[in-house]
Design a protein around this ligand. Structure first.
Ligand code: ZN
Length: 341
């Protein structure tokens, strides 16, 4: 677009009038508003240190599941070392590795898959790099761990990870490999929880490691500033629903193991919410309004707001807790993806 001379002149005139006002208000910007602790967003993310007894172990179809170090971590042994999917938080890496090697009888990490770049998942990358392991991820995850980033899901700054801790094998779509005589498949879930999510599937065992979009002890809050958005989230739930059988064991990012049937139920609920979002979107609702509407609040407008409220009385509230943050972030992501900024 080229600016006409008339527009240019009127723009300049506005600037001339605006300048003294800016000068008068500028000193106020030097002091941050009272009550906001800005150090929280400039300090590096640390994580939550746990003790050895907090790391629990379980057998899921012959795979070892370790919980408590920041996310669910899945392990499988081979003579070349352990295959691990995700790694908990770095602050718990030593404790987790101790538990992994004791359980699997391994001495090194042979391969590590990052389902996404968040610090709950990438805490073993440095150890894996030192062991000379193959580190597999989506290309977006590799780019993300090479930078200093912020996420609305974590306090402070995250990364970059040192060069040795970064993925050595990436995909944009899907891949598979043979590990200790067993097929391991992984595939991109587009725009689900971040911009670079992978699921990992063990066909022989009928076990799915779902990645960040599936949780069973909290709501799967999406990182709407780093590529996660509701459209991709429901599309990715469709992909997982097509992959699983009712009795598939689904290992979520956090929380107890689920079945394929339970995952499909969640998919149906998320689709209902997605459709509701567009009704509320067209009524001019904001993210907080959406959370309140789903909690039962009535909104009085010129015309009544008619939309389904699938969360009212839904047993998932007992299981996953307060959905406000999930709803707010999911709706924000819908706004970001839909409004023509
Ligand atoms: Zn995550």
């Amino acid at each position: 677009m080229t600016l006409s001379r008339r527009h240019f002149l009127s723009g300049s005139a506005q600037l001339t009038f605006a300048a003294p006002l800016l000068a008068a208000t500028a000193p106020l910007l030097d002091a941050p508003p009272a009550g906001i602790d800005y150090s929280q967003i400039t300090k590096p993310f640390v994580g939550k240190k746990v003790s050895a007894k907090d790391i629990t172990q379980q057998d899921i179809g012959g795979l070892a599941l370790f919980a408590g170090s920041g996310c669910n971590v899945v392990g499988l042994q081979s003579p070349q070392g352990a295959l691990l999917i995700d790694g908990g938080q770095a602050v718990n890496a030593a404790l987790l590795l101790q538990a992994v090697h004791a359980r699997l009888g391994t001495r090194r990490i042979g391969a590590l898959i990052n389902t996404h770049w968040h610090p709950d998942q990438t805490g073993l990358n440095e150890s894996a790099g030192k062991d000379g392991a193959t580190i597999i991820s989506h290309e977006v995850t590799k780019l993300a761990v090479g930078r200093k980033l912020r996420s609305p899901l974590f306090d402070g700054t995250i990364g970059p990870l040192p060069q040795t801790a970064r993925p050595t094998k990436t995909t944009y779509d899907a891949g598979e490999f043979d590990f200790a005589g067993e097929q391991v498949q992984y595939r991109h879930l587009p725009g689900a929880h971040t911009g670079g999510d992978l699921y990992v599937y063990f066909p022989k065992r009928n076990v799915l490691v779902a990645g960040g979009l599936v949780t069973s002890d909290r709501w799967p809050v999406m990182d709407y500033l780093n590529g996660g958005f509701m459209h991709g989230f429901v599309r990715s739930y469709d992909m997982l629903s097509e992959l699983v059988k009712p009795d598939t064991r689904v290992i979520p990012a956090n929380g107890p193991v689920m079945t394929g049937a339970e995952l499909v139920k969640m998919k149906d609920l998320y689709w209902q919410l997605f459709k509701q979002f567009f009704v509320l979107f067209n009524k001019g609702f904001g993210p907080v309004d959406v959370a309140q509407f789903n909690a039962g609040k009535e909104f009085k407008g010129v015309v009544p707001v008619v939309a389904e409220r699938p969360l009212l009385g839904n047993p998932l509230l007992q299981q996953l807790g307060d959905p406000s943050q999930f709803l707010e972030f999911a709706f924000r992501s819908t706004q970001l993806a839909t409004l023509p900024f």
